[in-house]
Design a protein around this ligand. Sequence first.
Ligand code: CTP
Ligand code: MG
Length: 244
Amino acid sequence: VTVVALVPAAGHGVRLGAGRPKALVTVAGESLLVRAVRGLTESGSVDRVVVAAPTDEVTEVTGLLASFGRAVDVVAGGETRTDSVGLALRAALTALPNTSVVLVHDAARAFMPTSVIRSVVDTVRAGAGAVTPVLPLADTVKEVDATGFVRHTPDRAVLRLTQTPQAFAVDVLLRAHGLSARTSPDDPSRTGRSGAGPGATDDAGLVERRGEKVLTVPGHPHGFKITTPFDLVVAEALAAATAG
Ligand code: CTP
Ligand code: MG
């Protein structure tokens, strides 16, 4: 069974505001991207990693990941996260056509433990089409209207926060992204944009939209998405606490 992990890392990191792409921001001297990729390679469950890098940073990212050797490929990402995943997916299947399991893992979740990575892979290998790690919520969630009034309070007990890596049987992910397994890399109908439609913030969401099942497994608090300067403070503390 060939397992490939796609790492969307092409975002600008606007909310972090570090003045450069978030994947290249360092915590305890090491970039979020290198940390995320190392988790995947050290899990022992992933054969190849394909990183979608910011268009202007492909060379820098390739250098940053050189020490991983042939286990890691770098491609240019797209306008949206979904586009970046689609581009990495095509590159992965061109390089490794026999791929049967595909993970999608945000570079921004740089501290996800290898146990969760192994868990999502094992769950797909056991027959699930799509798997996402999740956590229960500590906070109560409100749905609000455009004017700021609360519309509704959903039952917290049935809500989960979703994390990555999400893992998929390859055909499930291809369908979710509007890509066909049979389309060749030089098919003229292909463009840089995937057929997934607007607004998806995760790949499991694209699978759900097609009415296909997504299974949840326990995630881990260390797999939080580093999004804001506050998160970077937490990440530095986590790196210090787990160093050595
Ligand atoms: N991502 C990507 N391509 C894009 C946008 C996002 O590969 N066009 C990646 C990011 O690099 C990140 C992951 O998707 O690893 C999750 O996105 P997010 O946390 O929103 O990161 P950014 O888009 O970089 O941050 P922001 O939205 O604050 O600009
Ligand atoms: Mg973003």
